[in-house]
Design a protein around this ligand. Structure first.
Ligand code: FES
Length: 317
């Protein structure tokens, strides 16, 4: 997988528990152009690889900006960025990837929850630059935890932005915001899993077409207490070998332990990087990437988080 070396030009505290990093090419090569909704995978000094949305304007060439919330439940990604990474450090990143692109629309509604503002910030700047109608609804716990608030208030599209703060009891009224769905209006939502589910359920209740609702999870929901891990086996079709996946390891971990490299990025079933074909057996899908229809086919799964219902899964590896 090709990577680019970037230097951390600036690290800025954007809000309580949120820092931004401005990344610039460390070598001669220019950074590839970005499109709104894109993310990069950052290879962190502790060996973890984590995806972060780009939040600068696409025309803002020569730099990438990401923002990271310090998550106390983090498995090491956000903590490493908050505590270890400093201005001047050189990091490896992937090429930008985009699972959350803008589509042609007469009007766009952007709804961000907390740190989920990052891809929407890039989208808002893109839509403003192209003169397309949009509104941005930004929900946060409090003003002090609202990254990029000053930037948004000072932007030429500040009139399109509305803030909602939990600590003021100022909740978003989904019926008012989503109103009557129109075929040419598209909705984009990003934030924690519960927030996305709330917006998606509201859109469904109000009659929005699935194809007009676009979302990107920031992190997978917690595994519930009802989901008990059991050991199972994976068979590697090209090698005719079987490997045991213990209850406390993921398929991706077991593959890696045995020298079978598959690309992994988020490790949470969110980004789709590790998507692998299943030749036989039944996966237990635990990801947020595949649609319900795709999951029902049981011919592919996300080995970073999903497991098996059947005793054996045969993988097209
Ligand atoms: S690595 Fe992101 S879905 Fe598996």
């Amino acid at each position: 997988m090709s990577t680019i070396d970037v230097r951390v030009e600036r690290k800025i505290v954007e809000a309580d528990g949120i820092v931004s990093l401005e990344l610039r090419a460390a070598g001669e090569a220019a950074l590839p152009a970005l499109a709104a909704g894109a993310h990069i995978d950052i290879h962190l000094p502790n060996g973890l690889v984590r995806p972060y949305s780009l939040c600068n304007a696409p025309g803002d060439s020569g730099r990438y900006v990401i923002a990271v919330l310090r998550d106390p439940d983090s498995r090491g990604g956000s903590v490493a960025i908050h505590e270890t990474v400093q201005a001047g450090d050189v990091l490896s990143i992937s090429m930008p990837k985009n699972n959350f692109p803008l589509v042609a629309a007469r009007r766009s509604i952007l709804i961000g929850g907390g740190i989920g503002i990052t891809p929407l910030l890039s989208m808002a700047q893109t839509l403003h630059a192209s003169g397309e109608p949009f509104e941005l609804h930004y929900c946060a716990r409090s003003e002090s935890r609202t990254a990029f608030r000053e930037q948004l208030l000072g932007s030429p599209f500040s009139g399109n932005v509305r803030f909602y703060f939990d600590d003021r009891g100022d909740g978003i009224d989904m019926t008012q915001v989503l109103g009557t769905p129109m075929q040419e209006t598209h909705l984009y939502v990003c934030g924690p899993a519960g927030f996305i589910e709330f917006v998606r359920a509201s859109a469904e209740r109000l009659g929005w077409a699935h194809g007009n609702v676009h979302f990107e999870f920031f992190a997978a929901p917690e595994i519930t207490g009802e989901q008990v891990n059991a050991a199972f086996e994976v068979e590697i079709a090209s090698k005719s070998i079987r490997l045991t996946v213990p209850e406390d390891r993921s398929v991706a971990d077991v593959l890696q332990d045995n020298g079978i490299d598959i690309p992994v990025s988020c490790s949470q079933g969110v980004c789709g990087t590790c998507l692998t074909r299943v030749l036989s057996g039944t996966p237990e899908h635990r990801d947020l990437y595949l649609t319900d229809e795709e999951k029902a086919l049981n011919d592919q799964f996300l080995p970073c988080c999903s497991r098996a219902v059947s005793r054996v899964l045969v993988l097209d590896l």
